[in-house]
Design a protein around this ligand. Structure first.
Ligand SMILES: *Cc1c(COP(=O)(O)O)cnc(C)c1O
Length: 361
């Protein structure tokens, strides 16, 4: 039964991968599948892409292990590295690549004696100031890391932009410059593996940031890292449900919790099986649209946990059981981001497990 459904169009994702391959033919692609592939279903996406990308990026060891458990042998990169309480042996046992961003991680690698080696991505903080080595400590840390027997050479270099979605800021150019400066400062060039700094924003807007490996997350799913949709990409997700019932509603009567909206006219209301319990945000602006039978109608009253009311208009012919699209084909999630003040990233990832994922194509 299709109640709140997250429909994922596999062909759209393949189209987006194709787009990256064609436009950036000599780059490795690390497909970012953290947070359940931005609610597209990490395992399903990994199965779809495992022989089409050069690696997967995840944020947690548990995500990496879930991929290995279903037999994915594609390289996997821990974007935040291993954590203080993680057993480093897991990285070896499951062949996980790790970001190295702190001295304590180098200490931990120095302390273990193992035959096998770990692939490391040395993280430079070029301006995000979240994870990574500062430029003044980076070279000595890099050289120390290179001396760890357990660390495979060459070592890859990675950084992350703070503001790649702001096309007019100088910040991104500065970050690229700092990355270059660090690369140039490493004397033993044979120690340098792949360099990577671009996530979706860098990939789409900053050609100088592409280096050897690009790391598309949201763009892979066809959603823009900017405010406007990207016409060359195809959004893969359609978040939808259906009308439970349609009812006649009188002018002046309120709807829902708190009675925050009253109808200015006699109308028909549709009650949809969707709510914040499925991940649709409770905080939306007036006139946030949904798509029903090819037309946009506004959500009225408060979004509740399990239901949303829409104003179908007095001439609406919609019937119980009709499909209601909250975003996806015909209604870009970027537009809902504008209406809710919640970024497309958050709208996608906040979906709950009650909204079931269905793959098509
Ligand atoms: C999440 C993440 C990405 C992907 O970001 P998008 O903007 O979704 O493309 C890339 N690199 C790192 C380090 C990340 O944490």
């Amino acid at each position: 039964m299709s109640i709140a459904v997250v429909e994922i169009d596999r062909k759209a994702i393949l189209h987006n991968i194709d787009y990256f391959r064609k436009n950036f033919p000599d780059k490795e692609i690390v497909a970012i599948v953290k947070a359940n592939a931005y609610s597209h279903g990490m395992l399903g996406i990994a199965e779809l892409l495992c022989d089409k990308v050069d690696g997967f990026g995840v944020a947690r060891v548990s995500e990496a292990l879930a991929l290995r458990k279903i037999g994915i042998i594609t390289p996997i990169l821990l974007l935040e590295g291993f954590f203080p309480h993680d057993d480093i042996g897991i990285l070896i046992d499951f062949n996980l690549q790790t970001v190295i961003h702190s001295q304590w991680q180098i200490d931990a690698l120095n302390d273990i004696a193992m035959e096998k080696q770990i692939t490391a991505w040395f993280k430079l903080d070029t301006g995000m100031h979240r994870l990574g080595f500062n430029i003044d400590e980076a070279l000595s840390a890099f050289n120390r890391l290179a001396c760890c027997p357990v660390v495979r050479k060459p070592i890859h270099l990675i950084s992350h932009f703070s503001s790649a979605d702001e096309l007019t800021l100088e910040q991104t150019a500065k970050q690229i410059q700092l990355f270059e400066q660090f690369i140039a400062s490493i004397e033993e060039k044979t120690l340098i593996g792949n360099c990577s700094i671009a996530a979706s924003g860098g990939i789409l807007a900053w050609p100088l940031s592409h280096y050897d490996a690009i790391r598309p997350g949201i763009a892979l799913y066809g959603v823009s890292p900017f405010k406007q949709p990207i016409s060359e990409l195809k959004p893969a997700m359609t978040f939808k449900s259906e009308l439970i019932t349609v009812r006649q509603h009188k002018k002046g009567e309120a709807v829902g919790y708190g009675q925050i909206w009253s109808s200015p006219k006699d109308t028909k209301l549709g009650v949809v099986a969707m709510g914040y319990g499925d991940g649709y945000p409770r905080s939306i602006a007036e006139n946030t649209p949904v798509l029903i039978n090819g037309r946009r109608v506004p959500i009225v009253g408060r979004v509740s946990m399990d239901m949303i009311v829409v104003d179908l208009g007095n001439d609406g012919q919609d019937q119980p059981g009709d499909e209601v699209i909250f975003w996806g084909k015909g209604l870009p999630v970027e537009e809902i981001a504008t209406h809710t003040g919640i970024s497309a990233y958050e709208l996608l990832t906040r979906l709950t497990t009650r909204a079931k994922i269905h793959y098509i194509n």
